[in-house]
Ligand binder design. Structure first.
Ligand code: ASP
Length: 409
């Protein structure tokens, strides 16, 4: 990202926040501009995921290389999501923010809220829908990812006759990437409107102040946990790339700020891909790893699910034995990997984690007033994790290639 556009983004954020405070009604009246920005990003995401995966897999070529990149990606995701959950659990055990909060806060909220868990069988069926176009129209990403991977592998195994098909998707991908570069010029306007609207809404509804009370410590602990998660990944990225933390963060800033403004790692994907390109991650690796990581690497979300479950247990005075916490650990990892990178997507899979410790799902109501702001921070953490994942996989892949070359000479 060139310097001037970085400064422009910072100016637009400062302007957005101040206008949100000073002119809340006017900012809400122009909130459609931010929505338009999100729509344009989302418009590109689905075809981009498909074309990026197909072109990356077919150009990576060879099942061996592909499976090694896939293996590195999945290992990284599992590791980072597990570390996130462990950080959350450790912090909650040390600080115990829920102890002393009256259980009536959860029990009084007991009106059922409409966030039903998805049964395992329906989840599996939804991964393989009978109609891929209908799934795309419903914005279901996982089936698209599966379909693209299998489709690309099929193209590879068909060989010569599939070449025009591959060329078509490569051309389509390049055109989509061109559209993203144009869209990036609108980023400052999009961020101005999105952040301004968020600040204006908070100012008008006075939401944050209304029920802050006992939640303050919980919120701080969660944000601190995210900071730790970002920091260890930053250290990994610094060691691997030998670049300064300042460079890594400032060159990622457009993706991080878009994540913060849109609360959606999926909508941010086009920007994340541009950033990875600027950071010189091998393009084929980035095009394979990023769509996949955006779909399953929701470490910030997994941490949120774990800390919330434990927080509620502490409020309700439930047993927090090691087996119970292991249950939270496992379900939070699954919930983080199964959540969708859309605004508040994590709330849906949180039901699963709460069920594992018998906390009533209505407890989520306690989080709702803060969720929109916390969502922004966890989305930022998710996107940062995706970028570090791509950097790490690229590094491991290059190292493996070097080893092979050395062996063959
Ligand atoms: N909004 C998050 C994301 O897009 C998901 C969540 O935690 O709710 O990554």
């Amino acid at each position: 990202m060139k310097n001037y556009s970085f400064i422009l983004i910072l100016v637009s954020i400062a302007l957005g926040i101040s206008c949100g405070v000073l002119f809340p009604t006017q900012m809400i009246a122009i909130s459609w501009i931010g929505q338009l920005f999100i729509n344009l990003l989302k418009l590109i995401v689905l075809p981009l995921i498909f074309c990026a995966l197909v072109s990356a897999i077919t150009s990576i070529g060879g099942m061996k290389k592909l499976s090694s990149i896939g293996f590195y990606t999945l290992s990284y995701v599992l590791f980072s999501v597990s570390v996130a959950v462990i950080i959350g659990l450790v912090l909650l055990n040390i600080f115990k923010p829920g102890v002393g909060i009256p259980p009536s806060l959860i029990l009084a909220n007991a009106a059922p809220i409409d966030l039903k868990p998805i049964p395992f069988s329906s989840y599996m069926l939804s991964l393989f829908p009978p109609n891929i176009v209908a799934a795309a129209a419903r914005y279901e990403i996982m089936p698209i990812v599966f379909f693209s991977i299998v489709f690309a592998i099929a193209c590879l195994s068909v060989g010569k006759t599939a070449h025009p098909v591959i060329d078509f998707f490569v051309g389509l991908r390049d055109a989509l990437i061109k559209m993203i570069t144009w869209l990036m010029y609108l980023t400052p306007i999009g961020l101005f409107s999105l952040l301004g609207t968020a600040v204006a809404e908070a100012a008008i509804e006075n939401l944050l102040l209304q029920s802050l009370g006992g939640m303050v410590l919980f919120i701080f602990i969660f944000l601190f946990g995210l900071l730790l998660q970002i920091t260890w990944q930053l250290i990994v990225a610094v060691i691997i790339t030998r670049k300064s933390p300042k460079y890594l963060i400032s060159s990622s800033s457009s993706a991080l700020l878009t994540a913060f403004a849109t609360s959606s790692s999926m909508a941010t994907l086009p920007v994340t891909m541009m950033v990875a390109k600027h950071q010189q991650v091998n393009e084929d690796v980035a095009r394979f790893v990023l769509p996949l990581a955006t779909t399953i690497n929701l470490a910030g979300t997994a941490m949120y699910e774990a800390v919330s479950a434990l927080f509620f247990c502490q409020i309700l005075g439930f047993d927090l034995s090691i087996p119970a916490q292991i249950g939270v650990f496992i379900t939070a990892i699954l919930a983080g990997m199964g959540a969708t990178g859309i605004p508040e997507g994590g709330l849906i899979t949180m039901v699963m984690v709460l069920r594992s410790v018998n906390v009533p799902t209505s407890a989520i109501g306690l989080l709702l007033p803060f969720d929109r702001i916390l969502d922004r921070f966890r989305t930022m953490t998710n996107v940062w994790g995706d970028l570090v994942c791509a950097t790490t996989v690229d590094y491991l892949q290059k190292k493996e290639n070097k080893k092979k070359r050395r062996r063959s000479t």
